[in-house]
Write a protein that binds this ligand. Structure first.
Ligand code: HEM
Length: 483
């Protein structure tokens, strides 16, 4: 077996074995892989076939996913998302590492986090420039862009059959088509490069024994989430490429449910990656409390910060519905909606779908959620800075930054609305939401108990369960209602 395969197998072993010492022993990890492959010949064949077609990233993902799913099915509930997160947080991710090794891991994970951030902004730009439906095909291993004029014409003629061309872009020039094609291609390639940026160093670090069981599980989860995101993206795009008789919008667009699922899942990947980076960088908490009073203050702030994180998350998901319905192009006044506090079109579609498919309702909900976020942030900021004198300096600083961030995001949202969503402001507003998440995570890390069982993250993962359930409901609704 080549060195790359050895490294991959060592990493896979780290993912699935809780004992980190054994994960550093490459020969025994090879035995695990070969034993596993003899029990699962089909999976192994798929793995080697993919290897032959030189799609190492796809093979890595497929095999890691199958291994992880195998663990999931045999270990049933114990390997659910929340337990993977909380068990990983309770063990120290960097146990036994030198500071140089921790630094290397931090640079790598920090680089991946930044890459995901850029990917989300690029995704927003793709949507805002209406480039997302330009490529009518999707392959896991990537698409080769046209290189000759003839190939461009063939690609263009495929696009000409899509509902978007027929109803919105009829008469578009080939140069305009090339622009939207390159934007979408860039977005997809950015994602695939992330797969390599993530997997190759992971394999290298595993082969050097730098990834223990807890970190391995977290990385395995992230790899699975990243791979799934590609499928979710294509699932979303497909809904905009098909002629849909039930589509009651005037122009073809992707299902808002699928867009929300894609954005929510991007946020989830970013959050998990950023949290893991913080854990590795600090080796515990950002500023461990040194006195009992400081620990109590951190605990109190944590209780207030967790629901606020959830509220910011819900506001962001509601923003995805505003974007998905192009609701930013209606009611372009603030604070009233075309002179009314509650627009007369508020209830137009029977049942719960009104909340997700009626422009007036979707926009009003996003405004209300954003204003509730602002109010909750002011209250948390006041509580932390004036009622908790023993709170650490870094937590207080982050509270000020959070206050400024939320005020900035609300201002940006209102400006975006009043100016009819120009591309730059729309993309900046999306980046702003992710920035708020980053600040919030920094704050949660600053008040995170060191070696205390990761109660902050446990609570967060508990909160994640209903949100995941809601997202699943949204996906179910998308399948039943939008097709
Ligand atoms: C804490 C405050 C806020 C957060 C976290 C937030 C978050 C978001 C997110 C994540 C999106 C989706 C972006 C995309 O997919 O492109 C969005 C869209 C949007 N938000 Fe907000 N938002 C906030 C406040 C506001 C406010 C106060 C307004 C205006 C009243 C507003 C107006 C909009 C508009 C018009 C869009 C659609 C932009 C587009 O089509 O790209 N937002 N918001």
């Amino acid at each position: 077996m080549s060195r790359t395969k050895q490294a991959i197998s060592a990493w896979l072993r780290a993912i699935t074995q809780s004992s980190w010492r054994s994960s550093t022993h490459i020969p025994s990890s090879l035995r695990v892989v070969s034993e596993y492959s003899s029990q699962n010949p089909t999976l192994w064949r798929t793995f080697t076939r993919s290897q032959k077609s030189s799609s190492t990233a796809a093979a890595c993902f497929g095999f890691a996913a199958s291994r992880l799913l195998h663990t999931t099915t045999t270990a049933a509930a114990s390997s659910s998302l929340s337990s993977a997160l909380s068990s990983a947080s309770s063990a120290l991710l960097t146990q036994g590492l030198s500071s140089g090794q921790r630094k290397a891991l931090t640079w790598w994970l920090g680089g991946c986090t930044t890459w995901v951030f850029a990917m989300v902004v690029l995704g927003g730009y793709t949507r805002l420039t209406r480039s997302g439906l330009s490529m009518t095909d999707w392959k896991f291993t990537g698409e080769r862009p046209p290189s000759t004029e003839e190939e461009w014409q063939t690609e263009f003629s495929r696009y000409k059959q899509s509902p978007e061309y027929q109803k919105v872009n009829k008469g578009m020039t080939i140069d305009d088509f090339k622009f939207i094609y390159w934007v979408e291609w860039g977005h997809r390639m950015w994602g695939r490069s992330l797969g390599l940026l993530f997997a190759l160093p992971a394999a290298y670090f595993a082969s050097r024994g730098m990834i223990n069981g807890a970190l391995g599980k977290r990385l395995g989860l992230l790899f699975l989430m990243g791979g799934t995101q590609g499928f979710v993206g294509w699932w979303m795009v497909r809904s905009g490429l098909m002629e849909n008789p039930n589509n009651h919008y005037d122009i073809p667009r992707v299902s808002p449910y699928r867009l929300a699922a894609h954005l929510t899942s991007a946020f989830a990947i970013y959050t998990t990656l950023a949290w893991t980076t913080l854990g590795v960088a600090t080796g515990g908490a950002l500023s461990p409390p040194t006195t009992t009073a400081a620990a109590a203050a951190a605990r109190k702030l944590r209780r207030a910060a967790l629901p606020l994180t959830l509220l910011i998350g819900i506001t962001a998901v509601s923003g995805a519905f505003v974007a998905g319905l192009d609701a930013g192009h209606a009611y372009n006044t603030f604070p009233t909606m075309n002179g009314e506090w509650i627009p007369s079109e508020y209830y137009k579609i029977p049942g719960w779908r009104n909340a997700f498919e009626n422009t007036a309702a979707v926009q009003l909900h996003h405004r209300l959620l954003a204003l509730s976020t602002l109010t909750a942030t002011v209250l948390t900021w006041r509580y932390g800075t004036s009622k908790l004198p023993h709170l650490s300096k870094s937590a207080k600083t982050l509270l000020h930054v959070l206050m400024a961030g939320v005020a900035g995001q609300v201002t940006l949202g209102v400006t975006t609305l009043l100016t009819y969503v120009p591309v730059e402001l729309g993309a900046a507003h999306q980046a702003g939401a992710l920035t708020l998440f980053t600040i919030m995570l920094g704050l949660l890390h600053a008040v995170h108990p060191v070696g205390g069982g990761g109660s902050g993250l446990r609570l967060l993962s508990k909160a994640a369960a209903p949100v995941t359930a809601l997202a699943t409901l949204g996906i179910g609704a998308a399948v039943t209602q939008m097709e």
